[in-house]
Design a protein around this ligand. Structure first.
Ligand code: 4NP
Length: 156
């Protein structure tokens, strides 16, 4: 069982979209039971809330229902309970690494490191932007999700 935690700032836009895209692709590939996927935010501003309605709408447009997800803040335990912390952008990755507790075992990397889009490829935060920015974020997280599933299949 591989355990992946996707991390962004608020856990209401990018990481729940990535969680939805990855779950959908894992299920479609028959790998749903082999990989544990969750998401979290650096902040607790939206803890307990569903994803931003623009994110829900965007995901639904791609056939993925993320309305049941609820935001939560990353915890120290996440650094041991997950194998990899997949970060939405360089600022998130920096903060995740800076806050790592001494007992951390998880690898930390950018989600888009999986995509072949070049080093340091990041998912721009759509929170203060428009529907097109959510679509762009979806495209990026879905490419990453496809690449992760392909890597898992190779490792079978
Ligand atoms: P996310 O977007 O990190 O993709 O979930 C954001 C959502 C909320 C905030 C910032 C980014 N916020 O500052 O409340």
């Amino acid at each position: 069982m591989k355990r992946l935690l996707i991390v962004c700032l608020g856990n209401i836009c990018r990481s729940p979209m990535a969680e939805g895209a990855l779950r959908a692709r894992l299920e479609a590939a028959g790998l749903g039971s082999r990989v544990q996927v969750d998401s979290a935010g650096l902040g607790n501003w939206h803890a307990g809330q569903p994803p931003d309605r623009r994110a829900i709408k965007c995901a639904a447009g791609h056939g993925v229902d993320i309305s049941g997800l609820r935001a939560r803040q990353i915890t120290d335990a996440d650094y041991r309970e997950f194998d990899v912390l997949l970060c939405a952008d360089a600022d998130v990755l920096y903060t995740v690494r800076a806050h790592a507790p001494p007992e951390a075992t998880a690898h930390t990397e950018l989600l888009l490191d999986w995509c072949g889009l070049g080093p340091n490829a990041q998912i721009p935060d759509p929170y203060t932007l428009n529907a097109a920015a959510f679509e762009h974020a979806w495209e990026l997280v879905d490419v990453a999700a496809g690449a992760i599933v392909a890597a898992m299949k190779q490792g079978e």
